[in-house]
Design a binder for this molecule. Structure first.
Ligand code: SF4
Length: 283
């Protein structure tokens, strides 16, 4: 079975379940099937990004996670995949790009994040290498990297061969506020990115889009500030994932943001490559 057909069949199976924490998706950035772990089914996040696709996003505390249930849902998902890949020439490792902590809020704000990461790591270790997803990944806004327990968890992620995708959408403090709705200064965010790189392989992920400012359309992040922010980290980050807005934002009710053209994304990518960055682009 082709991977895309496998994903369709898996989606059909998931539609018959009422899973709370596990959600397989077709990931354009991971380029295949991704098994998402959602630690915020209450749609609460500590940031409020203008392009966020989470419906009903709100600020609020992380919910208590039923970790037994989460483990059961993940085991069911992997069990279904193993069963349906069984007669294929492909292995689960070939078909499933990652297990990704992502979801409807910032994963690292959950007090149970580290424990659940350990549980997932343990589950992976019990499976044969060809019968595990290719990677364990954390998609994060990086806002909790100053905490020792999160740093410890990222070391564990590294031991598991995992990686981090760290959000950076701004080239100055004003853009951090306008895009991510956080008063966190860019300099502090960059310190956390640097810390993250020392703990686990880290890709920077950046959304590029246009927004209307004083009647004019500007592309965010502004390239000079963004470049200046990243140049000192060039040798530390694994690379940059640049992506455009593919689906409508659930937060931008006044229609202030627009997708950028492929040409603009290419301009960002080629400028960054000229400076020696490894760049992957997703239109
Ligand atoms: S950090 Fe992620 S979940 Fe939170 S508002 Fe931004 S895009 Fe949405």
């Amino acid at each position: 079975m082709e991977t895309s057909a496998l994903f369709e069949a898996l989606s059909g199976f998931v539609a018959t379940r009422e899973w709370r924490y596990i959600y397989p998706v077709w990931s354009r950035r991971a380029q295949g099937i991704s098994i998402g772990i959602n630690l915020h089914p209450n749609h609460c996040c500590n940031w409020h990004c203008v392009y966020c696709q989470v419906p009903g996003l709100q600020r609020g505390p992380s919910p208590v996670i039923d970790s037994q249930l989460l483990q059961q849902e993940l085991a069911d998902c992997l069990g279904w995949l193993t069963h349906h890949i069984h007669d294929s020439i492909y292995s689960l490792h070939d078909c499933v790009q990652d297990i990704a902590f992502a979801g409807d809020g910032e994963p690292t704000t959950s007090p149970q994040f580290a424990d659940i990461l350990d549980m997932v790591a343990h589950l992976m270790q019990q499976r044969k290498p060809h019968d595990r997803p290719a990677c364990l990944r954390l998609i994060t806004n990086g806002s909790q990297l100053q905490h020792a327990h999160i740093q410890h968890a990222l070391k564990r992620l590294h031991e598991m061969g995992g990686e981090v995708w760290f959000k950076l959408d701004a080239g100055n403090d004003g853009e951090m506020l306008a895009v991510n709705d956080t008063h966190l200064p860019l300099a502090l965010h960059l310190q956390r990115l640097q810390t993250c790189c020392t703990l686990c392989p880290t890709w920077v992920q950046t959304a590029i889009f246009s927004r209307t400012l004083h009647g004019e359309s500007v592309t965010t992040p502004t390239l000079p500030g963004y470049m200046e922010a990243l140049l000192p980290l060039k040798q530390r980050i694994s690379g940059i994932l640049l992506y455009g807005i593919a689906r409508p934002s659930q937060q931008d009710l006044r229609g202030c943001i627009q997708a950028t053209s492929e040409k603009i994304l290419e301009k960002y990518a080629s400028t960054l490559r000229t400076q020696g960055f490894r760049v992957r682009m997703f239109v």
